[in-house]
Design a binder for this molecule. Structure first.
Ligand SMILES: C[S@@+](CC[C@H](N)C(=O)[O-])C[C@H]1O[C@@H](n2cnc3c(N)ncnc32)[C@H](O)[C@@H]1O
Length: 224
């Protein structure tokens, strides 16, 4: 009997339990630990993040960004969500220089972008290498929920894979070799589609051309 392929690798049975039991919390989020954390910090600083702001890291994984952002921000100003709270807790314990700077209740399990318990003080949000694993209807719903839930949001920085309009209907090889797909992970969107989804959620998209790990594209979403 053939098993159906999950729509996201993170939905594979026992995915998190097995990887955490094997001590692979860095691998779950794709490795390139320090480099990718630093890139995310730079993206946020360029988007105006300062220590007094309040940051939400959506799909935060093992806190590849969090271990740097918690040190940078004033205490209590970092919040995170992920489909696996166990993964965030492992990151807190293993990767933070001083875990007491990050209250455990700031790490919220949420696979629906409903952001339960996230305060409305959030000024900046980032969703890095998360939408790349999710189908476009989930991305559209996620963006709309983020927009509705965070009234003081100034910037949402998120990544997707883009494919040229003429090639978006089939598999597409990204600049660093990753092959993305319209209908299975890793997913891509055309630029027009990405702009449409972002606007439909109530944001104005600004495409930021910069080299990101695995050839992802960065979108700066400004509340409209
Ligand atoms: C490639 S990792 C990136 C993690 C983190 N943003 C970083 O850059 O280190 C993707 C993350 O998305 C999380 N994830 C997958 N589907 C999700 C969903 N529907 N809602 C929230 N998080 C999700 C996974 O658990 C994983 O931690």
């Amino acid at each position: 009997m053939t098993r159906a392929r999950p729509s996201s690798p993170y939905l594979a049975p026992a995915f998190y339990d097995r990887a955490l039991a094997e001590g692979r919390h860095r691998d779950i989020v794709g490795g390139r630990w320090d480099e990718t954390g630093r890139i995310q910090m730079r993206i946020l600083r360029e988007a105006g993040l300062a220590p007094h702001h309040h940051l939400l890291d959506i799909g935060a994984g093992a806190l590849r960004l969090g271990c740097k952002a918690v040190e940078y921000l004033e205490p209590g100003h970092y919040w995170a969500t992920d489909a696996s709270r166990a993964l965030m807790l492992r990151g807190r314990e293993a990767e933070l220089a001083d875990p007491s700077r990050l209250p455990e209740d700031h790490l919220i399990e949420d696979a629906e972008f409903a952001l339960p318990g996230v305060p409305d003080t959030i000024t900046h949000a980032i969703c890095f290498a998360v939408f790349t694993h999710l189908p476009r209807d989930v991305v559209a719903q996620g963006l709309a929920r983020i927009r509705q839930r965070l009234p003081r949001l100034r910037r949402l920085m998120f990544t997707v894979f883009l494919a040229p309009e003429t090639a978006a209907a089939g598999p597409f090889r990204q600049p660093d070799g990753v092959v993305t797909h319209p209908d299975r992970p890793p997913y891509h969107l055309s630029r027009d589609e990405a702009a449409r989804l972002t606007r439909a959620a109530g944001f104005e998209p600004v495409f930021r051309d910069r080299m990101l790990p695995r050839g992802q594209s960065l979108i700066e979403a400004v509340p409209a």
